[in-house]
Design a protein around this ligand. Sequence first.
Ligand SMILES: Cc1ncc(COP(=O)(O)O)c(C=O)c1O
Length: 429
Amino acid sequence: MKSYREMPAEELVKEKEQLIARYEEYKNMALSLNMTRGVPSTEQLDLASDMYDDLSSSGFLSEKGQDVRNYGVPCGIDDVRKVFAEILGTDMENVFMGNSSSLNQMFDALMRSMVFGEIESEKPWYEVEGRKWLCPAPGYDRHFRVTETLGFELIAVPMTENGPDMDVVEELVKDPKVLGIWCVPCYSNPDGIVYSEDTCRRLASMKTAAPDFRIMWDNAYVVHHITENDSEKGRIPDILSLCAEAGNPNRPYEFASSSKVTFAGGGISCFAANPDNMARAKKYLSVQAICTNKVNQLAHARYLPDKEAVDEHMKKHAQILRPKFAAVQDTLNKELGDNKDLYHWTDPKGGYFVSFYAYPGTATKIVSMCKDAGVALTPAGASFPYGKDPDDSNIRLCPSFPPVENIIKAVSILSVCAKITAIEKLLEE
Ligand SMILES: Cc1ncc(COP(=O)(O)O)c(C=O)c1O
């Protein structure tokens, strides 16, 4: 079929009429489809539901003989620290185990900087008037909300296929008010981008005007490969070593969790930092809590005792996710393949999202039309600082939860709305 750009106006008008008829048909189906939830499906959660079965019969002692039911072992048991250390490519001593949420640990880390400052800070960050934070965009809306809530001005940084645009980042960090950056280096949310080694090295070695500049390195999807035999593809360098080699050992804080490995909200999480940052964090963490949930840590360690076990487990997730991500690609290709100059979308090798880029200026209308046809999509702009996509183009699709047949219907409706709105724009132009 001809692309819309090549069609004369009369043909576009006719095409639009047909699409509107299709849209009305979908509307009459009274559907209720949800593509907003970047969460594991029930089938995925079931993969680990026997995790607690043998816990009491095998006893509650860690490998070192610590009774995990009691207070103590504030950094978490080595049984899981070593698993996360292996996953993140760092030493076990650099890993602190928290409770279920890594986002919670990111918030706490930044709260410590706000109240007490970092090692090199002249004053606590709450006293830095006009403080700014770099937000590679599109990115994770909850990251942006954390730094917005803590009073930072959010500065959007464009993403490239290799990670944040480093030329832009290196310019922006010349401003002493820029105190840090959010990074999801492996299968970024929502674009699924894996940072290149060069990007990682530049982040580690760039000169920043703020001596206490921090990288929040959220490795949420480090083991979340979707495509087959891909377990090494998502591997990115260890940021702690890179920063140390570059003479900026205190720059990074790294985070990860088992939320999308075992149970979302019921897993285990960690942060990793160099010895100096770790010592500083522990000073405050030891005041905040006596210890974290080691019973859950032991259950995880017994179930997934090393990285190999984690990778095997993640292959089962991938088997469930693959047909869902393929359904998104197939439907988009079928519906919009003739018009790739108007739309584009990602085909990620891991993570939880597909990032759809509609014809500029149409995303908000697409989301609203989809809602009227019974398809809930993430609000347009949600992946940008302050919820504002300057191009009004990006829509984050979350195919993990719904069954394949619902994904096909939802993405078909999205495509119909994307076509109608693009034709409207082309006719206007
Ligand atoms: C990039 C990223 N980081 C963190 C989280 C949340 O992690 P947790 O469940 O460990 O708080 C998510 C959840 O979607 C995410 O996409």
